[in-house]
Design a protein around this ligand. Structure first.
Ligand code: FES
Length: 109
């Protein structure tokens, strides 16, 4: 089973099982992490914003133009930001480290 490590805004690191073929949004939510995903993956929000570890970012396929457009609206955008609903877990991504941002455009924690 592939694994991912999520880093919560308070710095806690949580290693979770990451089934191949599931999105990072799904995996985060299945593990009780606070990632909203308001549009349920239809690229109409930016509440599934995740920050990929710099060392892992190049392992990801490039973002589509639509993803880039939505990302521009994400609060706290970084050079390694992606939308969690658009990243599908593959064996190549095993062991990746992903941070949850501390806030989103439409709500504050
Ligand atoms: Fe809305 Fe990802 S859940 S863009």
């Amino acid at each position: 089973m592939s694994k991912l490590t999520f880093v919560k805004p308070n710095g806690d690191r949580i290693e979770v099982e990451a089934p191949i073929g599931r999105t990072l949004l799904d995996i985060a939510q299945q593990n009780g992490l606070e990632l909203e995903g308001a549009c349920e993956g239809s690229l109409a929000c930016s509440t599934c914003h995740l920050i990929i570890d710099e060392d892992d970012f190049d392992r990801l396929p490039d973002a589509s133009d639509d993803e880039e457009d939505m990302l521009d609206l994400a609060y706290g955008l970084t050079p390694t930001s992606r939308l969690g609903c658009q990243i599908i877990m593959t064996e190549e991504l095993d062991g990746m480290v992903v941070s949850l941002p501390s806030s989103f455009n439409n709500q504050l924690f």
